[in-house]
Ligand binder design. Structure first.
Ligand code: ZN
Length: 415
């Protein structure tokens, strides 16, 4: 079982310089590989990532594009793993793209990476770095301080150094044993979870889970800083002689003031903080669900489809539904909890959770409704959560070991 432990590192200014150059190399190699791939494809060839890598290795120390002003190959100063890995990732990206097309899913071609717009990162293979408590020895830069020691034990597979705003991280991939991966449950309930926008979730037990308040505060500040930055950009546009709202011609760059650089960094830090608060909340919530229940029933929300609706998109990504799904899937496995995903068309809001009568006239606006068949007053979200929970009890659950260890999680859908 593979786990990744992401640890913040505290590099020296010289180490940061090297990291930045390594990330730039990754970007440049990736862009070269995509351009070459597309060129070969357009010429009727069948490009493949490993052949591209060979082709690149033949020219990387020779071609003028990869030489500095003194005619020296500048790639030599950057560790090999940083310029080899993009090819492996490119192969993966194309495979995923073609698999998605084959499966009829919306597919996105691998994209060119743009400086400042893409994720800055580079890869280091497992035999190229060493750990010693709260320090990691990376190629070309030596020992770098980590904010904590690696917490997972097992066979180390590799590491990725990355940047978020002005902080640097190393994510270490570890192949852990089953004993280290599986965890014990503390309770064995069955719960239905209705994800919502008003409260992050309603549980079939009647509990409502609210998204953290700090998220809301941070979002307000995000708006203010975003507005300030866009005002600065507009001002720069006007100074350069463009209309305030006109789109800039391709290739135009506006002069960037120091204050604008500072402001965009503070915006990036705030974005990172919001992502951290959200991730922290989702981790704790999904861990709790899996640790305390032998079965968790959730709805199969069409997150991508909902994100296409502009008015819903912001609210949904604020709550982090996508993150919820990926977290709960691996934690269910970890705690041996059954994860039951109700079919997208299961009318969890429309059914009366007491008598089963179906309310065909329910609209998104109705927060409460009264069942005409049995006279019960329903809170919309709680009723949905109870219906989801009923799915689990209606399904004969295989007997799992009480500790949860060794159990396997499955997802199946019901009509
Ligand atoms: Zn009823």
């Amino acid at each position: 079982m593979q786990l990744t432990h992401k640890i913040e590192i505290r590099p020296t200014p010289e180490q940061v310089e090297y990291f930045k150059r390594a990330c730039g190399t990754v970007r440049k190699v990736w862009n070269w590989a995509i351009a070459e791939w597309k060129r070969q494809y357009a010429a009727g060839h069948k490009p493949n990532a490993m052949a591209l890598k060979k082709q690149f290795n033949a020219l990387k120390y020779r071609s003028p594009e990869w030489l500095d002003e003194n005619g020296q190959p500048w790639l030599k100063a950057i560790h090999r793993d940083a310029h080899a890995q993009p090819f492996a990732y490119l192969a993966k990206a194309w495979n995923r793209f073609f698999a998605d097309i084959k499966a009829g899913k919306p597919a996105r071609e691998p994209q060119f990476k743009k400086k400042g717009r893409c994720r800055d990162s580079f890869y280091v293979a497992n035999d190229k770095f060493r750990l010693n408590g709260k320090a990691i020895r990376l190629p070309n830069v030596g020992w770098v301080v980590m904010t904590e020691a690696l917490r997972v034990e097992g066979k180390i597979l590799g590491a990725t150094v990355s940047r978020t705003a002005d902080r640097w991280f190393v994510a270490i991939q570890v192949d852990v044993s089953d004993a280290a991966f599986y965890r014990s449950r503390t309770a064995h309930g069955v719960v239905g979870v209705d994800l919502g926008l008003k409260s992050a979730a309603t549980l079939s037990s009647g509990e409502t889970i609210k998204a953290p308040r700090s998220l809301k505060c941070a979002l307000r500040r995000l708006k203010i800083r975003g507005r300030r930055l866009s005002r600065k950009i507009t001002a720069a546009k006007v100074c350069a002689g463009f209309a305030p709202h006109a789109a800039l011609p391709k290739g135009t760059t506006l002069p960037v003031s120091n204050n604008r650089t500072k402001l965009s960094m503070s915006l990036a830090r705030l974005h990172a903080r919001i992502a951290n608060i959200r991730a922290d909340f989702m981790h704790k919530f999904t861990t709790r669900l899996c640790r305390e229940n032998q079965a968790v029933v959730i709805e199969d929300l069409n997150v991508r489809g909902m994100l296409a609706n502009e008015r819903l998109a912001r609210a949904i990504s604020d709550v982090g539904f996508g993150m919820f799904r990926s977290h709960i899937a691996y934690k269910a496995k970890r705690y041996g909890t059954w994860l039951i995903v109700a079919d997208r068309w299961y009318p969890s809001s429309r059914l009366c959770s007491v008598c089963g009568w179906k309310n065909e006239d329910l609209t998104l606006k109705d927060r409460e409704w009264v069942c005409p068949a049995c006279g019960i007053r329903h809170d919309r979200d709680l009723n949905a959560a109870r219906n989801l929970q009923r799915l689990a009890t209606a399904t004969a659950l295989p007997v799992a070991s009480p500790s949860g260890n060794g159990g396997t999680a499955v997802a199946w859908s019901l009509p």
